[in-house]
Write a protein that binds this ligand. Structure first.
Ligand SMILES: NC(=O)C1=CN([C@@H]2O[C@H](COP(=O)(O)OP(=O)(O)OC[C@H]3O[C@@H](n4cnc5c(N)ncnc54)[C@H](O)[C@@H]3O)[C@@H](O)[C@H]2O)[C@@H](O)CC1
Ligand SMILES: Nc1ncnc2c1ncn2[C@@H]1O[C@H](COP(=O)(O)OP(=O)(O)OP(=O)(O)O)[C@@H](O)[C@H]1O
Length: 363
């Protein structure tokens, strides 16, 4: 199955296309996805918006950003595009957990990105500024409670965890210099144990090579309960080639590898953009195929498809901009890259619900 305009062919993409939305499904606002970013910090307003800007170019209808309540961050994010719907996170309040119930923010959300630009407790800016550090800690607890609550939703909502979200998973108590921050560390760890356990059928971890080293040693220390293939986590290790597979206490088991050439420019923010592409595709997988049985292998095919689109977008942007290429140039090439990977998919005539299983062989 290839569609008009598609120039690359790979079995993983071919298997994924039947799960994509059709033109006939685009009847109401939001049918092409409602994307939620739990991202950003005063230090990284760019990373706050890259996932949502990429999701919009992928074809998502609505992008919501729920950001730490810092005025500059909220203002800068709103200024990036009128299409971004920016709200501020509530201050964390242990006694009033109902404030962090996902349903308060959900608006029928179809996918979530968590982590880009959050910053880290180890950042120098927090070292001697307890107000900023408390603000950071508070935002993280609010975000993790919202994520945990999202896992209780009936509709399966895919979650991509990247960048500083991964740091929260791999940070160690020794890194937390200030003893008074240790109770916060314990709460984060406990929340992540529940999130990774309850969400292993819908969470994708997307480490770069550096982040993967820390992730691998954390996982091998059996801090999180991912002992067997049943509760293996889905993981994408980014690099010259993108490796996609499952992570258990025993290490990484590769299932797919995306070796499409990208652009030569390794500018900052491309990983953040990739989260927007992958989350959009996985959101479509779940939200437009509610009656189909979706497996982790379908998710991996979606991750592969997102990686291919990102590599192609990087290549096209580099052809045009050369070494001046920045993340926003790559975002602008996502529509062309999506077309090259998926063709005119919304106008196809068949979808997963009317394609027999012998036509679509699952891995
Ligand atoms: N324009 C922007 O706002 C951009 C913001 N970005 C944000 O910048 C932040 C940092 O991203 P980078 O890509 O620079 O991160 P890196 O992957 O370069 O990580 C920085 C360093 O942290 C180390 N590290 C990772 N996990 C660790 C652990 N558990 N313990 C100790 N060290 C650990 C890595 O080895 C690496 O040396 C992220 O929040 C990211 O989203 C970047 O995406 C670049 C663009
Ligand atoms: N050595 C490499 N050669 C070619 N492409 C690469 C290389 N390393 C990463 N990429 C590609 O760059 C994109 C982002 O991956 P990268 O490893 O830079 O993520 P990141 O560090 O999380 O990004 P960010 O700057 O957003 O934090 C992915 O599409 C990945 O395939």
């Amino acid at each position: 199955m290839t569609y008009k305009g598609a120039i690359i062919q790979h079995p993983a993409i071919q298997k994924f296309i039947p799960y994509l939305p059709l033109k006939s499904q685009m009847v109401i606002k939001g049918a092409m996805g409602r994307h939620l970013s739990l991202t950003g910090s005063p230090r990284f307003p760019g990373a706050a918006t890259f996932p949502a800007m990429s999701a919009l170019q992928m074809g998502v209808d609505l992008t919501y950003l729920l950001l730490p309540p810092e005025q500059n961050l909220l203002l800068l994010s709103r200024m990036k595009s009128s299409d971004l719907m920016v709200s501020s996170l509530p201050l964390y309040d242990e006694k009033n957990k109902s404030k962090f119930e996902f349903k308060n923010y959900s608006n029928n959300i179809t996918c979530i990105v968590f982590g880009p630009g959050l910053s880290r407790i180890t950042d120098l800016s927090y070292k001697n500024n307890s107000e900023a550090r408390n603000f950071y800690k508070n935002s993280v607890l609010a975000q993790l409670n919202i994520l945990l609550s999202s896992l209780e939703q009936n509709n399966k909502i895919p979650i991509v965890i990247d960048a500083d979200g991964l740091f929260l998973i791999t940070q160690t108590k020794e890194q937390i210099e200030n003893d008074e921050d240790h109770p916060w560390f314990d709460k984060v760890r406990s929340l992540f144990k529940q999130i990774l356990k309850n969400g292993n059928d819908r969470i994708i971890l997307t480490p770069n090579l550096n982040e993967y080293k820390y992730l691998e040693s954390t996982i091998k220390n059996k801090i999180y309960d991912i002992s067997d293939s049943q509760n293996a986590l889905m993981c994408l290790i980014k690099g010259r080639t993108d490796k996609i597979g499952f992570l258990t206490d025993d290490g990484f088991n590769q299932v797919l590898e995306c070796d499409i050439d990208g652009g030569l420019k390794r500018c900052g923010g491309l990983g953040d953009c990739l989260t927007g592409c992958i989350s959009t595709l996985l959101g479509w997988l779940e939200s437009t195929n509610k009656s189909a049985k979706i497996t982790k292998h379908d998710y991996l095919n979606g991750v592969f498809t997102g990686c291919s689109i990102m590599k192609l977008a990087g290549k096209r942007a580099f052809e045009e901009k050369g070494i001046s290429c920045v993340a926003e140039d790559v975002i602008a090439k996502i529509p062309q890259a999506r077309e090259e990977a998926l063709g005119d998919f919304i106008n196809r005539t068949e979808n997963i619900n009317d394609t027999s299983t012998d036509k679509i062989t699952k891995q």
